[in-house]
Ligand binder design. Structure first.
Ligand code: E4P
Length: 220
């Protein structure tokens, strides 16, 4: 499976790329806006923080398909192998078709329904991003949508991958992986929560204390 960070925090990417088997970094317009760094500065910094490997994702901003294609080219002029995120709206679907014709890889984003996601894959998207927490937050079932989307892709668009997004808790992450999701993107705080439960720190502290008590030194 592929694990991504969903962030524009370059320092967090540098720190976590050392720890996690990261496949890359995803961003969205809100995430980029929160850091106030223009994409032509931010994206190369993220690439460097990843250690010059790993996939980067950034999103188009234009409302019309032809302009989305122009946005995609601007983003790919900054990072040549970047995957372009396109919202799965009517114009977005048209853009994904045009980008497919030009051989530009895409991710269908803002996916709140399995059939919506399938349409982006049929249009040519390489990845489809269902929004797990946002679905849960509006009374839906994010994991069920991931499940249904995976089944639809398997049946009708086997070349496309689910890249599940919008996570707020480790439980959502685990349920998504148990559902067989092949790639996920996590905000740094959720990724860190996977390995920083209070019980884990307490267990490690107890090992250290017992060792110190017995041998009078901290190490081997
Ligand atoms: C990914 O495509 C989305 O932009 C992102 O994961 C949404 O996350 P949020 O619901 O935490 O904003």
């Amino acid at each position: 499976m592929e694990l991504y960070l969903d962030t524009a925090d370059v320092a967090a990417v540098k720190r976590l790329a050392r720890i996690f088997p990261l496949a890359g970094v995803t961003t969205n317009p809100s995430i980029v806006a929160s850091g106030k760094k223009p994409v032509d500065i931010l994206l190369p910094e993220l690439r460097e923080a990843l250690g010059s490997k790993g996939r980067l994702f950034a999103q188009v901003m234009a409302p019309q398909a032809e302009q989305m294609v122009e946005d995609a080219k601007k983003l790919r002029a900054i990072i040549s192998d970047l995957v372009v995120k396109v919202p799965v709206t009517a114009e977005g679907l048209a853009a994904i078709k045009l980008l497919k014709e030009e051989g530009i890889p895409t991710l269908g984003t803002a996916v709140y329904g399995a059939s919506q996601g399938l349409l982006s894959a049929l249009a040519g998207a390489d990845y489809v991003a269902p929004y797990v927490n946002r679905l849960d937050a509006q009374g839906g079932d994010g994991i069920q949508t991931v499940n249904e989307l995976q089944q639809l892709l398997k049946l009708h668009a086997p070349g496309a991958k689910v890249l599940a997004a919008s996570f707020k808790t480790p439980r959502q992450v685990q349920d998504c992986l148990l559902a067989g999701c092949e790639s996920i993107t996590l905000p740094p705080d959720v990724a860190e929560q996977l390995i920083t439960a209070p019980a884990v720190s307490a267990a490690v502290a107890k090992f250290e204390q017992d060792w110190q008590n017995a041998f009078g030194v901290a190490g081997l």
